[in-house]
Design a binder for this molecule. Structure first.
Ligand code: ACM
Length: 455
């Protein structure tokens, strides 16, 4: 019997024992790590900390078989006799969900927290604002959601050739919902890192409060890079300091995202001002790699390297901590095969095997850099994923490959896909995840006639 993710060491006794529950004791060891021993005497978990116990319990669930992933039904009664010794390779094992381009209802975000936990992922980065929608209830500025949380129409497919849906789209999270998500995640040792994107990707805010922008305009109904960014007035910086104050009140995370990406013609002043404001409040700014061009950033800033790995390598050399998420490997909205039949095929081909083959530590990194490589995250942008069903299709099974990459030692397992097919897809089936089959999409997962833009 194999596991997923692959443990540091695993000994299978080759026989089954009766399962009667488990017992946990705390022992010293690497963070998030554990030893699990199952025998005729029962299951003993030696956890290194509370997160280690959670990780061990997820492994226990894997050992008990797909039935253990169902919400109800007969309880598994046997478990293989085995010993598993395991700990994570990286501290930051993240997923970014873009809930701005298409709103994901709270129940679906909670379901994703469960799915992250099942894959021993521990950071949920919520991209809460963009040109196409503002999803964070801000009590001081109610028009951000009254006006900014919905748009009249949406592009359907790529902007170069797609039509429009002809339907409004919207939604936002009341602060009480966000606190609930944070608490639900915390109980599973998952940190929710919120992001409010400045100074680009801000058209929804500008639609609500036109004085924030250089040009006016409504909540954007198209996709792509928008020229209409925030202005550099001190009143705009003050506005955002107040918004980030509310964000910090709702999200206790050490890391707070401020975006910083794709802001044509902007000089970075607001990024620096917000970064300083976050640090003054005891938090660490978290921005896309364009923030490196914003001028000197406060100590503690964390950089997400998405335009390849170069930004991450530079940031490490400049003393910043880094999360790797190069679009070529871990943008899970990108097409999963080169078949023209992939539903809305955008980006480069990023197969399951490509994600699994990825090594998060670039060859240029020696380990002597003053910054630390905290880990990696997979990014799920949702311009072309308008429902949880579409998000499932894009995320899985590639997210399982990503989970193994950030958990396991760097050496790759040639048996990964077989292990996934035999052991893990049945678990996803039991969970009700609508993943892309290894042989290609189900007929009902196709979107014929909706244009993409393959690169
Ligand atoms: C990004 O993909 N604009 C971070």
């Amino acid at each position: 019997m194999n596991l997923l993710p692959r443990p540091v060491s695993y000994v299978d006794g080759g026989r089954l024992c009766e399962y009667r529950g488990w017992e946990t004791v705390l022992v010293d060891g690497p963070p998030g790590g554990y030893r699990l021993i199952s025998s005729d005497d029962g299951v003993l978990i030696e956890a290194h900390d509370a997160e280690g116990e959670m990780n061990a319990l997820q492994t226990l669930r894997q050992l008990l078989g797909p039935q253990a992933f169902r919400a109800a039904g007969e309880k598994p009664s046997v478990i293989p006799a085995c010993e598993v010794v395991d700990h994570p390779r990286f501290a930051w094992r993240g997923v970014m969900l873009d809930v701005a381009r298409h709103f994901l209802p709270k129940r679906e975000v909670l379901r994703y927290v469960e799915l992250l936990s099942a894959h021993k992922l521990n950071v949920l980065h919520l991209h809460l604002t963009d040109d196409q929608g503002w999803r964070f209830e801000c009590k001081r500025y109610p028009k951000l959601t009254e006006v900014g949380s919905w748009r009249e129409d949406s592009r359907f497919g790529d902007r170069r050739s797609g039509g429009m849906t002809g339907r409004p789209h919207g939604g936002f999270y009341p602060q009480e919902d966000l606190r609930e998500i944070v608490e639900y995640a915390r109980a599973r040792h998952i940190t929710v890192v919120p992001e409010i994107d400045v100074p680009g990707h801000s058209q929804a805010a500008i639609a609500a409060y036109p004085e924030l922008g250089v040009h006016g305009g409504g909540v954007w109904t198209d996709w792509g890079i928008n020229e209409r960014v925030l202005n550099t007035e001190e009143s705009t910086v003050d506005f955002y300091r107040n918004v980030f104050d509310e964000l910090m009140d709702v999200f206790p995370a050490e890391f707070i995202g401020l975006g910083g990406d794709e802001a044509p013609g902007h000089d970075g002043e607001i990024v620096r001002a917000i970064a300083k404001h976050l640090v003054r409040n005891g938090r660490r700014p978290y921005g896309w790699d364009e923030v490196l061009d914003s001028g000197p950033l406060p100590a503690g800033t964390v950089v997400a390297s998405w335009r390849g790995v170069e930004g991450g390598v530079t940031a490490l050399r400049e003393g910043h901590d880094v999360v790797m998420c190069p679009e070529e490997f871990v943008y899970l909205d990108y097409r999963q095969s080169d078949s023209p039949g992939e539903p809305i095929p955008v980006g480069t081909v990023t197969t399951l095997e490509d994600v699994y083959a990825w090594e998060p530590v670039p060859a240029e990194v020696t380990g002597d850099e003053p910054g630390r490589l905290l880990g990696a995250q997979a990014n799920i942008w949702t311009e072309h994923l308008d429902s949880a069903r579409r998000v499932d299709y894009a995320a899985f099974p590639r997210l399982a490959a990503f989970a193994e990459v950030v958990w396991s030692p760097a050496e790759k397992d040639p048996g990964f896909v077989e292990r996934l097919r035999e052991h893990h897809l049945p678990r996803l089936d039991a969970l009700g995840v609508e993943y892309r089959p290894l042989t290609g999409p189900h007929p009902w997962q196709l979107l014929p006639g909706v244009p993409g833009f393959p690169r």
